[in-house]
Design a protein around this ligand. Sequence first.
Ligand code: FAM
Length: 436
Amino acid sequence: MDYIKQRIIEIGGPKAEMVKDLIKKHGDDVIQDVTLGQVLTGMKGMVSLLTCTSKLDPEEGIRFRGYSIPQLQELLPKLHQDGEPLPEGLFYLMLTGELPTKEDVNHISEQWALRAQGIPSHVFDVINALPKDAHPMIQFNSAILAMSTESQFRKAYLTGMDKKDYWAPTYEGVMDLISRLPVIAAYIYRRVFHNEQYIDIDPSLDWAANLSHMMGYDSIEVQRLMRLYMVIHADHEGGNVSAHATHLVGSALSNPYYSFSAGMNGLAGPLHGMANQNVMHWINKMLREIGTDSPSTSQIKDYAEMTLRNGQVIPGYGHAVLRKTDPRFTVQLEFAKKYAPDAPLIQLVDKIYQVVPDILEKTGKVKNPWPNVDAISGSLLSSFGITEYPIYTVLFGVSRALGVLTQLIWDRLYGLPIERPKSQNLQWFAEKVNYQ
Ligand code: FAM
């Protein structure tokens, strides 16, 4: 057995026992009161999920297994001394809770490069059957579902295995799926935007650099950007739409492909992962309507206020949990200032940042007026040549697989049951609070 699987059993076994014991001894203990407001406004702040991969602090932002993004930049193995962690290392950390060695990271890199070469041809037929102008997320998700013919979990389930072992074929499926997503994403990118000029995988490269390579970008800077991008988008605790949807569908013991596909359908929404492309749409529309590439702060202010007057959201700003500037925004801005200081789009993003929070604050209703990860990610990719913004949510999706699929393995280790919350009609809520 692979030594990583062995490590998962050693760590996961006692944790699974603890879950059982907690339910047995404390299953009836009250842990939180729930208000009617919480239920009717998206369950914000309601603790209802067990997630171990990462935790989101409203002020400090994301921590992966307790480590912040700046800490991970220090502690995870990387290829450049002043550089970005390898996503393989973050995967290992989320999976085991332990910091990986360089050897662990190399082992995962090799595994993924090997497994990436096993995509069946019908998956590409499915993509090719779609019109090229079908949104890349439609093509991406269709390919993910098509790959579920390979599900090791489904095969193992049908053989009648013991449910405490479900995590093992789930792990195999997760490893296959993560390894193959860059190939699929790059294929769609080259199909739609580069006249079907496909580029083969280079097994000597790490996972993120390979994505960059297969998309057609071999510079050190883009490889570094891709590693950074893949690390910061990987996870955002359990309640965000893509994580929650993956977990929910997984709770029916749907295989990793079905589960992840559900998450990706959620990521494709404009309030979630599609915001990165919508930011570019918003910026480009603004530049067109104002008639300049370099609008003044007062022109940006007028345009942002018009967006609000028209009843629309300003994409890239606000968050359901965060209450400060997203550290994922800051780390990208730092990268941009270091490696593309003169990029006009980055200067524009910075200008928008000076104007928009104040405008959102003044509405009196926006709980977080600060930028999130999507406010800059598209401008950063564009500044390094990846200008075709419909692909951005696909790149987000490739990265998000690391967190939500690791959690799916843990859902199986914990032996979590099918999810089935209670729903009530409007009258029930009104009666409950003696509504007059
Ligand atoms: N522009 C305009 N209005 C906004 C806003 C924004 N950026 N952010 C929040 N609001 C409004 C929101 O629509 C709501 O209005 P109504 O009461 O009229 O319905 C009000 O402010 C209160 O909302 P909230 O409690 O502050 O935020 P929510 O938790 O409901 O929603 C977001 C959170 C992220 C969906 C919301 O801030 C938003 O729509 N932002 C723009 C889209 C975006 O950038 N999404 C990406 C989020 C991201 F980090 C990710 O998932 N990748």
